[in-house]
Design a protein around this ligand. Structure first.
Ligand SMILES: [Zn+2]
Length: 170
């Protein structure tokens, strides 16, 4: 068994409009989704799971899978060797504690350079790292426009306030 690590869900996840919409529609689908994310994370599947796995391991029903598919949280990606439907969790890397693509070096450098190698908040030049303006966990991308330079203390203060995903790439 792999060493347990919980999937990443900050408090703000529950305030996300898409989450609230699904939650209002079907609470059990949200529960199934979280179990699927945990299942995929634990088995290091990169967000892929079969219909069989969802039904037997996570006890998902046809209805719940259909709701998740209709709401765009999971996507059919084909069939496995046994003819079982394969799904993928959309945007799984946001939930996966094991796999996080590092921000490319060129992009990091470009953002630091744009911000003058200073914290955009307090101007400090020490312990700098990149911060996602729109939180990564809520779908904020690793893009030039969504990244800014921040020092460790401003970053953790922002994190405490919004419970945003903290990025440790220095
Ligand atoms: Zn700062």
């Amino acid at each position: 068994m792999s060493k347990w690590k919980s999937i990443q869900l900050p408090v703000s996840w529950y305030q996300n409009a898409d989450v609230l919409k699904l939650f209002a529609h079907s609470r059990s689908a949200v529960g199934v989704f979280l179990m699927l994310a945990t299942y995929c994370s634990d088995r290091r599947t990169g967000g892929k799971f079969s219909e069989m796995g969802a039904k037997y391991v996570v006890q998902a029903t046809d209805d719940e899978l259909k709701i998740l598919e209709d709401f765009g949280w999971i996507k059919r990606i084909g069939l496995d060797k046994r003819g079982d439907i394969l799904y993928r969790i959309v945007g799984f890397r946001r939930y996966n504690p094991y796999a996080r693509d590092p921000i490319p070096k060129e992009l990091r450098e470009a953002v630091y350079e744009r911000d003058g190698y200073k914290c955009v908040n307090c101007g400090s030049t020490e312990h700098l790292s990149l911060d996602h303006i729109y939180p990564w966990i809520l779908g904020g991308e690793d893009t030039y426009d969504n990244l800014q330079t921040m020092c460790r203390s401003c970053n953790s203060r922002k994190g405490a306030k919004t419970d945003a995903h903290k990025d440790d790439t220095t």
